[in-house]
Design a protein around this ligand. Sequence first.
Ligand SMILES: [Zn+2]
Length: 130
Amino acid sequence: MLERLYAGLPESTKKHERFVMPQTDSFIQGHKTIVKNFSTILKAINRDNKHIFKFIAKETATSAAIDDNNRLVLNGKFNREQINRLIESYVAQFILCPECKKPDTKVIEKQGIRLLKCEACGAISSVKGL
Ligand SMILES: [Zn+2]
């Protein structure tokens, strides 16, 4: 299902020239917030899943889990805008290169310090809390 959706996207969103963050599709159920398309977001981010979990849990001061349908489940009520803002701030802090704003970065370790290296422009930057 997701594969098919992804294949149907225009060519430009597949390339990493400009980073297009998928908007979250979430709803509130009881006291929980469920993000239906979290696996799509993970795919777009292409990073260690545990890291974004930790980030989301910390930012929302709640616990994050993945259910059997690969949906993100948060304890607490968060609207779509809040979730989008969270993902955007994650991307801005940990994915986009501070120099050229491209998403072609990876985490490297140098003398025990984790750094963000941009494969597009070569810039190496420090990342807080990574
Ligand atoms: Zn760069």
